[in-house]
Design a protein around this ligand. Structure first.
Ligand SMILES: [Mn+2]
Length: 438
């Protein structure tokens, strides 16, 4: 039996820690350690607990390992992981001689007795451990251990990342993944420079911008995919979304009319875009917004969304009638802090009453939630072709309504200029916007 099995040593070390947690330790700390050992809500989507990995990826049993490299009940000779004596104030809780795993990046020993004030720091330390420690057999390629949103909040609360009341989001819309397939399928309008358009390159670039600007989250206001999208394009996009999940930048979305149409593609190389979106939601790499509040990156910003025609990702297959009325829309009550509403329908007064779907003033007036700004997708042209003023307006009550336009150069106004995404700093004091060319 080979020494130095990282998975075994972590599993054993954390088990001993878990069994030593006193009654009065913070309940979330207990839950976090338990999630890593046996599964639970703080384990990242798609990650396997160390216990499950131990069964699946190691030939040796813990019993045999602790017999050879321990005292028969726990490991005492660690050679794959760094361990240390517990903190002095934790010694009373652990059996004499027991050592505890050390967080691999910061070099701090894991705490045992954790107060409510310390739980964010403790979770940040736990998040440093590998999602797939080295073992007899390789893992599945999972690269996040703990729920990214929780870890991000923990890091912010402990000053490891900039915090404050202000939330920065990258506002993205109309990425139309697979747009260039229109040249082949002939379905949908195209621009004459379609050969220069790459939805995959644009998506990759958007993810780089999010990481470079270190935004708290990405918000996508719909038409994530075009109506005919191929598997390769979606695989690429999925790997980019995984990267965002890995660095702890959550992505929130509503779907648009093209996403909806991608449910039933017409061409042989196309695949069902809605089922891909469902997969992303299941994996946690995308979060679909609704009329209930979603805390963005853990808060304080609450995001709401109404998909095109009020038809969400899981509603597409039900062929529910489309369309909605501002007067009938109810929102779940928000927490303190700013609120943002996302739409992918034509709104007045930006569009004329005859072509618009929704009266934004009526929607805001009758809303039980006070929105600090409204983000809208679907629009591919700045009003009056004016990029300086044509993508923003104020609702009658003064609420800023913002567009970012398509993230691809897919309409005439973009003939001689780059498409862009918009970084927003949102707080209860207002919204500021900075464009980034894709
Ligand atoms: Mn669109």
């Amino acid at each position: 039996m080979a020494p130095g099995n990282e998975l075994m040593e972590l599993y054993d070390g954390l088990s001993v820690l878990y069994n030593s947690l006193p009654e009065e330790t913070d309940v979330e700390w207990k839950r976090a350690v338990k999630s890593v050992l046996y599964g639970g809500e703080l384990l990242a989507e798609g990650a396997l607990s160390y216990g499950k990995q131990q069964n699946k990826r190691n030939n040796v049993t813990r019993k045999d390992y602790v017999r050879q490299y321990g005292d028969g009940s726990r490991v005492t000779e660690f050679s794959a992981i760094t361990v240390a004596e517990p903190r002095p104030r934790d010694r009373q809780y652990v059996p004499s001689g027991v050592v505890i795993p050390v967080a691999p990046e910061s070099g701090e020993v894991l705490p045992v007795q954790v107060s409510t004030n310390e739980v964010d720091r403790a979770i940040s330390l736990l998040a440093e451990f590998p999602p797939e420690p080295t073992a007899d057999r390789p893992g599945d390629g999972v690269d996040v251990l703990l729920a990214p949103v929780r870890v991000r909040r923990a890091r912010e609360n402990t000053g490891q990342e900039s915090g404050g009341d202000e939330v920065t989001v990258l506002f993205v819309s109309d990425t139309h993944l697979g747009y260039e397939n229109r040249a082949v399928t002939g379905s949908g309008k195209t621009v004459s420079w379609i050969s220069e358009v790459s939805s995959t390159d644009a998506f990759t670039r958007i993810v780089s911008i999010a990481i470079e600007q270190d935004v708290d989250a990405v918000i996508h206001t719909g038409d994530v995919v075009d109506h005919e999208v191929d598997q390769e394009t979606l695989d690429n996009a999925a790997s980019r979304l995984e990267l965002l999940a890995k660095v702890g930048i959550p992505v929130y979305c509503i779907i648009g009319s093209h996403d909806r149409t991608s449910y039933a593609p017409q061409h042989e190389n196309s695949v069902n875009g809605i089922s891909w979106l469902q997969q992303q939601v299941r994996k946690g790499t995308l979060v679909e917004l609704s009329t209930s509040p979603t805390p963005v990156a853990g808060g304080p910003l609450d995001a709401y969304g109404i998909p095109a025609g009020d038809t969400g990702i899981d509603d597409v297959a039900k062929f529910r009638p489309l369309g909605w009325e501002a007067s009938g829309m109810e929102f779940g009550s928000s927490s303190l802090g700013p609120n943002v509403l996302c739409l992918h329908d034509g709104v007045t007064p930006y569009r004329s009453r005859s072509t618009a779907d929704v009266d934004v003033d009526q929607l805001l007036t009758q809303s039980n939630v006070s929105f600090d700004c409204v983000l809208v997708g679907d629009e591919h042209h700045p009003k009056n072709n004016d990029f300086d003023t044509g993508y923003t307006f104020e609702a009658a009550d003064g609420t800023p309504v913002l567009y970012t336009g398509p993230a691809l150069r897919i309409t005439e106004p973009y003939r001689d200029r780059g498409a862009f995404v918009t970084e927003l700093s949102i707080s209860t004091n207002g919204v500021t916007a900075t464009r980034h060319t894709v």
